[in-house]
Write a new protein. Structure first.
Length: 202
């Protein structure tokens, strides 16, 4: 309201815990604001519990002099993530303005994300939409599930590109960006991602 006073305290920058490491990265595009990486499977995007080395963040810190600080100490520049075993393009922000802009574009769905996956079994539908909230698994707290009490909206669209003997190649588009979304949604249809030891059962 008119006459209100707003006081904002901006904390001083803190040192990043992740250390730069000379790890090769596949750069698709780079300018002074952003860098787009083709992430290889088997590398984690950022440090986490029990893992402070060998991540994409460590490689980026070696390659770039500046990264956005919005992601915090362990996730500088990281706008969105991919699972460790997932390959694909990853956008990284070099400054806070770029980070805020990319985040806004992701939230408003101006950025379109498309994935390829091979799922177990023959998908009968040629295309479809999975609209099922994702939250913590009711029993196994390390996993996520569509069978949950407090789930967050999650939408995945899929299209069958090719059917093989015992599996199907899918193109998937995300309407939301939940952790493990594609893996959890496909597992909920009894068509888990081929080779997914966490959600694919035996």
């Amino acid at each position: 309201k008119s006459g209100d006073q707003i006081n904002i305290v901006i904390p001083a920058p803190q040192p990043i815990h992740a250390e730069p490491e000379e790890i090769p990265i596949d750069i698709i595009y780079e300018d002074k604001h952003i860098i787009i990486i083709n992430k290889l499977p088997g590398i984690a995007v950022h440090p986490g519990a029990g893992r402070i080395k060998g991540t994409l963040v460590n490689a980026l810190l070696y390659h770039c002099q500046n990264l956005s600080g919005i992601g915090g100490l362990a996730r500088p520049g990281i706008v969105h993530r991919l699972d460790k075993e997932t390959s694909g393009l990853l956008m990284v922000a070099k400054n806070d303005l770029a980070h805020a802009s990319l985040t806004k574009q992701l939230q408003s769905r101006k950025v379109k994300r498309s994935y390829l996956a091979i799922c177990l079994g023959i998908m009968k539908q040629d295309a479809g939409k999975i609209d099922a909230a994702i939250g913590r698994h009711p029993i196994d707290r390390k996993k996520l599930s569509t069978v949950t009490r407090k789930g967050r909206e999650a939408i995945t669209e899929f299209r069958v590109l090719e059917r093989f003997e015992g599996s199907s190649l899918l193109e998937l588009k995300l309407g939301t960006g939940r952790t493990h979304q594609i893996r959890v949604h496909l597992a909920s249809l009894s068509h888990p991602v081929l080779g997914d030891s966490q959600y694919g059962g035996k």
